[in-house]
Each structure stands twice: as C-alpha cells, then as structure tokens.
Design a protein around this ligand. Structure first.
Ligand SMILES: [Zn+2]
Length: 229
C-alpha cells in the first residue's frame, strides 16, 4: 500500500482516483468493475466497513453512513453477463459499458444534455433499424431508455447512489458513492499516519524505515504508547 501511495504522489491530484483501483482491476474495464476493484482493495487493506459522511440538504445535519465493501462487491458480481447487443422496438444496438476512458472524453462544461448525448455516442458501437445502419443520435428515446436500463443492470456499481434519510428533519435524498474516492482518501490518511508512526519510532529507537514498515501496526502502536524515560 505504501508503494501504491508513492506511485500516486507522482500524479496530479485529479488523476489519482482514476488509477488507485488499478492493482485490483481484472479484465473488465467498465465503471462498475473499477468501483468493485477499489472496494476489493479497500476490503483487503482496511477491512469490510466503509464509513461515508454527508450533510442533510435541508437542515445541514451531519450524517455518517456505514457500508459493507463485500455487500457492494457481491451486487456487482451478481449482475448478468454483458450481452453487448440490445434489440428493442425493431432496433438493434451494439454497445459496450461506459469506461473511464469514455467519461474522460466528455466535456464537463458542455452541460448534462450534451454530455448524455456524447456518452451515448461513445458507448454505442453500431445501430441497425429497418436493416439499415444509423448514427447513435437517431435512436428514439424509448430505445435509449431501454439501453440505459440494461447498462444499469449489467454494471450496477457504475453510478451507485445511497438513499439517505435525515434523522432530524426526515428529509430524503440520494447521494453519489464513489469507491475510488473513498479508497484514495483512506489510503492517504493511512499513509500519513503510518509515516508519522515511523518518524516517531525511528527518532526514539533508531530503527530503520524498512523494519518499522514490516512491523505489525499493533506493535508500532504499543511502542508509541510506552513512556519515554
Ligand atoms: Zn435534515
């Protein structure tokens, strides 16, 4: 994990969330697969429980939400296999699930309408209707909707959201969940804390960084709690 943290420091902050899950990513490159990879990295390094924080949009009450990394990974694994072809209302669409590369090409300043259209163009590889080939833009809204539903079923973690209720005022809202950002924040906090422990113990006992990083965290903590004469 320290080597992963090292390699991330070489990247601009905005690019780190895109690659933090790479060590656990298999052959699937969809947004949901990347989220599942980040959750796997989180579970292996920091345990199953993820704590997210949000604020009520109505009364600003702070809220902590507990999620299970394994439960989220299971939801992605239970998704049906990617069909790659959708037949709907006489149209046949060949598609792939959205990837980080597809998202990175979108112009965020262009507005949600334009971004939706560009994402459709990026993920639809071929369209046939009445035995002729058409551009993705010509798909009727009903087919686009069916395609979006299909992608959501096949890639459930792609745009995961938490349904939250405020215990103070009863407001309900949806909050986005980004496993890559969660893993990145946790890794950052862990690395800073670990380096602080190494610094303290190296100064006190003269032990090397390599030795201290190999030491079990509970033992480092036990030494830190000892009285210095
Ligand atoms: Zn509230």
């Amino acid at each position: 994990m320290m080597r992963l943290w090292d390699s991330l420091q070489a990247l601009p902050a905005s690019a780190r969330a895109l690659v933090v899950a790479a060590p656990w990513l298999g052959s699937g490159q969809s947004l949901g697969a990347v989220q599942a990879a980040a959750l796997t990295g989180f579970a292996l390094s920091f345990g199953d429980r993820i704590t997210c924080h949000d604020r009520c949009p109505d009364c600003d009450t702070a809220l902590g939400v507990q999620l299970s990394a394994q439960a989220l990974i299971a939801a992605q694994e239970a998704a049906p296999e990617v069909a790659g072809t959708l037949s709907h209302d006489g149209w046949t669409v060949r598609y792939h699930l959205p990837t980080q590369t597809d998202l990175a090409r979108l112009d965020r300043a262009s507005g949600p309408e334009r971004m939706r259209r560009d994402l459709l163009r990026a993920t639809v590889d071929h369209v046939t209707g009445d035995t002729r080939t058409h551009p993705p833009e010509s798909l009727p809204p009903g087919v686009v909707l069916a395609l979006a539903e299909r992608m959501e079923q096949e890639d459930p973690l792609a745009a995961a959201e938490m349904a939250l209720d405020c215990p103070e005022c009863g407001a309900s809202w949806q909050s986005g969940f980004d496993a890559c950002a969660v893993l990145l924040a946790r890794l950052e906090a862990w690395a800073r804390r670990t380096l602080w422990e190494v610094h303290q113990l190296a100064m006190r006992y003269g032990w090397s960084e390599a030795r201290l990083l190999e030491m079990a965290p509970v033992r480092r903590e036990a030494y830190l709690l000892m009285d210095v004469p």
